[in-house]
Write a protein that binds this ligand. Structure first.
Ligand SMILES: [Mg+2]
Length: 90
């Protein structure tokens, strides 16, 4: 089963509201893991990044109508590159 098919099935089985709550929870766990990292404590940053990526893919299925996320990403990456003076090699 492809990842996208799995995410659709999870959304169908659990419902959008539940998965939105789960996304909030996973984002909170990543914040907590990053705080532990900054304090030099054992942490699970990588696990929480993976959890967030999985949840963000589901949020894109719910909210990303007309590829708006891709548009925002391109805009923000351009702005970020400008901010640090980054030029892509040709
Ligand atoms: Mg987690």
């Amino acid at each position: 089963m492809a990842d996208q098919d799995l995410y659709k099935e999870v959304l169908r089985v659990n419902g959008a509201e539940s998965q939105i709550d789960m996304c909030i929870e996973e984002c909170s766990e990543l914040i907590q893991a990053l705080c532990k990292y900054k304090r030099g404590k054992p942490n699970n940053v990588c696990e929480e990044i993976a959890d967030c990526e999985i949840m963000l893919e589901q949020m894109k299925l719910l909210f990303n109508k007309g590829e708006r996320v891709e548009g925002w990403r391109a805009f923000k990456l351009d702005r970020l590159a400008e901010l640090v003076g980054y030029e892509e090699e040709e």
